[in-house]
Design a protein around this ligand. Sequence first.
Ligand code: ATP
Length: 414
Amino acid sequence: MNLHKDIKSKFNSDEQELLNYAELAAKKSYVKLYLVGGPVRDLLLGNVSHDLDLLIEGEIDLFIAEFNKITHSEPIRSSQFKTFKYKINDYEIDIALARTEIYQFPGSLPDITPGSITKDLYRRDFTINAIALQIFPKPYKIIDPINGIEEVRNKIIKIIHEKSFQDDPTRIFRALRYSTRLNFPIDKNTSTLINRDINYLNTLSAKRIINELFKYLTEKDIYKSLSSLTKYDLLHIIDRNFPTNENFVKHLNIFKEQIFSITDKELILLAILSSTMNTNKLNNFISRFSLSKRISRILIDLNKINKKISYISFMKRPSSIANLFDKYDVEALRIASIVTGNKKFTEHINNYLNIWAKIKPYNNGDEIIEMISIDKTKLSLIIEKLRNAQINGKINSKSDEKIFLEKLNKQLFK
Ligand code: ATP
């Protein structure tokens, strides 16, 4: 491939238009403008990228003011590190100041100072991401101080310096993610360094770890991407209570087709990661990763349901099953119905979710009170009995319900 030749023609018309706006803003604010990282790499590979990562050398605030004016838009997010995110049409545009980073200690967030484009490229994760395209001043020019183009050609994931994983162990997650996404192997020395530095993952906060894991869920092929976490004994190093590689893959296979496309992906991943934990370990997992109340409730319920699967599968009376399931979060039941290989249990959950949970008495509360003149405090007990009778198939119409109510009234209150 001739990577330098006619690079401009490789952009589609939307990208070209956005770049023209950025170019104009750069001209007006007297800054230098570069396209960097993923989009340049993808451009060289002929892949479509829906991100534009722009880098500024100069007064970024002036550039941003001009860019806002020209595009009639505002950043959807900005940070104290002078990074700005826009969403324009279908494109995410990240704009940042070229910078140098210094890591005070392994796993820490870096101290940042403004720097040149070359310095910025040296702080990046992998050589294939360390290529820039100068957009302004013209003409377009590739900046490739680390021979990234060569590595794109060689299709390899290679870090930029020997201490890269020690500075930022999240790059271990990133290496595997890029390797799977692009189908590029990890370079031999980089792989040796991952093995050498893998325990630096322990220097990362739980929040950073979970964020990295969640990024796997944004990949196109989530299954393939998550499967790569079985390499380097990564799961076990993050948390020794995570499932074995074998169990992890077994669970991934169960969820493979159905769920990643339809449900809360983060929840499914957390359910898989906690699938082999006992109550104590689950509680530790919840507090270590500061999981939200809702997610915690679902995982705890799922854990309880899993322990009762064989007992539930032998239950016969529909109302008893429904009353038991009422205690659990619906999402936990849904996940349990996918995870279990037990046919009877799945049948119960499907009946519950599709039929029993939706059943309500034919008459409303006021009608019931009027019909059998009972005290309001007794209403919930009556409604529960009506619902159970309906679930068990003893009431099939409003008139059935009336007869049932009269009998019940005599039995209970007369
Ligand atoms: P892409 O590389 O396709 O943009 P992505 O959207 O997953 O993939 P981001 O996390 O948005 O990537 O990162 C954008 C760029 O920022 C990367 O190409 C990389 O050069 C740089 N980068 C991101 N995280 C790190 C890191 N931890 N260390 C060094 N460089 C990083």
